[in-house]
Design a binder for this molecule. Structure first.
Ligand SMILES: CC(C)(COP(=O)(O)OP(=O)(O)OC[C@H]1O[C@@H](n2cnc3c(N)ncnc32)[C@H](O)[C@@H]1OP(=O)(O)O)[C@@H](O)C(=O)NCCC(=O)NCCS
Length: 408
């Protein structure tokens, strides 16, 4: 019989004679399900939520209305919107034991870890957790949308040794978040811009975190289990973590005179330029266009035009350099301009990714409901992709098991 150590040299080829190339497709181009929630047309730079163009929603809708649309497949009537918004306000207050747990955590904890850890705690406080009707899941979604914002804002206070602030029930979701985060009632125009940023980030079809949520609930796990997975997926620097990395880049390049040289050195050494490129968009992300203009406007209003200037300069130089290198499809994504927009709104850099979650929770919960109830696919199905085994292979009988004492 062949031992595993010997098999290492031959791998599966010993059994099949096949040469196997290592691969990780990242599921690019693989359509795994139907959805009615959102569509990303990467070639033409078009994003729609439930049929509506993102530009239209960003200009005319609010986060509350957009969340309702994502969850319910239709824009709400005035009564429906009022009732949905009231539900969000009522759910803003976090359970006392969640605050107590947050107070036990190290002030240095990564805010995305804090957010992820809080999700199962919120589950434990949800009276309809075990109920798996659509109505109960809509209620869980509403609680989660309110609670994710409350956890992020509360954590900012708690880590500074302060008590969380009570909600201002007269404020919108976006404005109240800024108030509970900073303790300052926001300028209505800034709150409106933040609301627009939340609309822009609310959904994006089968992105990594949404897929994580859907995959988890395809096992019939509850909504909170799916959302905890989504928060984990969003934390990575190739996904939601990119906005904080963009801000780090901008802060480091504030005094850089030779942006073109920096871009070249970055690419020559195989490093990425954060906030550029996208797995689906092969042209400028429509959300980035909106945020770019917002960044320009806010920079002028708040006396911080340097961020827009610097980001535009990096964009222009990097796109030209990518083109020279034959990469004509790498353009700014949503994180490229949201970073400086959030910075100017007073959002601490390490809270930029949690703020992404404050918005994306609307999309996650909508996708979870679609997954659970087979709204688009007809028949909910447990995700179970396959893989090619290219590890040790000693034939069908398996490698010879050596007792530990005999292994060298
Ligand atoms: C988002 C991202 C992972 C999508 O990548 P993708 O479509 O899967 O493409 P790949 O990562 O395979 O990149 C294709 C090529 O372009 C390069 N590339 C892509 N984005 C790049 C970037 N931002 N900076 C430098 N090179 C980049 C890759 O290195 C790769 O080069 P290679 O073919 O020579 O190996 C990628 O663009 C990236 O890492 N961007 C930076 C992180 C970011 O902003 N994430 C937020 C996404 S919303």
């Amino acid at each position: 019989m062949v031992t595993a150590a010997a098999a290492k040299k031959t791998s599966r080829q010993a059994g099949t004679g096949e040469a196997t190339a290592m691969k990780n497709t990242g599921l690019r181009g693989v359509t795994i399900a139907d959805t009615k929630i959102s569509d990303v047309d990467g070639t033409n730079g078009i994003l729609i939520y439930r049929g509506y163009r993102i530009e239209d929603l960003a200009a005319n809708s609010t986060f509350e209305e957009t969340a309702y649309l994502l969850l319910n497949d239709a824009l709400p009537t005035k009564e429906q919107l009022d009732s949905f918004s009231r539900g969000l306000v009522e759910a803003r207050r976090l359970p006392g034991f969640v605050i107590d747990v947050l107070k036990q955590l190290s002030a240095q904890a990564n805010p995305m870890d804090v957010l992820q850890a809080s999700i199962p705690l919120l589950a434990m406080a949800d009276p309809v957790l075990p109920v798996e009707t659509r109505e109960a899941n809509l209620s869980k979604a509403s609680r989660l949308i309110a609670s994710v914002a409350a956890v992020v804002a509360s954590w900012q206070r708690i880590r500074q040794g302060l008590d969380p602030l009570p909600s201002d029930d007269g404020l919108s979701h976006a404005a109240n978040f800024l108030w509970q985060l900073s303790g300052v009632k926001p300028d209505p125009a800034i709150a409106k811009d933040f609301d627009t940023a939340l609309v822009l980030h609310a959904d994006h079809s089968f992105n990594a975190s949404t897929f994580a949520c859907r995959e988890v609930v395809s096992t019939q796990a509850h909504m909170y289990a799916g959302v905890a997975a989504g928060v984990g997926a969003l934390s990575g620097s190739l996904h939601g973590g990119a906005n904080a990395q963009v801000m780090k880049m901008l802060a480091e390049l504030q005094n850089e005179k030779d942006i073109a040289g920096w871009v070249r050195r970055q690419l020559d050494s195989g490093r990425k330029i954060m906030g550029m490129g996208h797995a689906v968009y092969k042209t400028t992300d429509p959300r980035a266009k909106f945020l770019k203009e917002m960044g320009r406007r806010l920079g002028e209003k708040l006396g911080q035009p340097q961020w827009y200037r610097l980001a535009s300069q990096i964009e222009e130089t990097a796109v030209a350099e990518f083109e020279k290198r034959g990469k004509t499809t790498i353009k700014p994504n949503v994180d490229f301009y949201s970073a400086s927009v959030y910075h100017m709104m007073g959002i601490p850099h390490d809270l930029m990714t949690p703020v992404f979650a404050v918005s994306r929770i609307a999309g996650w919960t909508s996708h979870i409901i679609e997954e659970k109830f087979g709204d688009a696919q007809g028949n909910p199905s447990l995700y179970r992709p396959s893989s090619d085994y290219i590890g040790n292979y000693c034939g069908r009988t398996g490698c010879e098991y050596e007792p530990v004492a005999q292994r060298s």
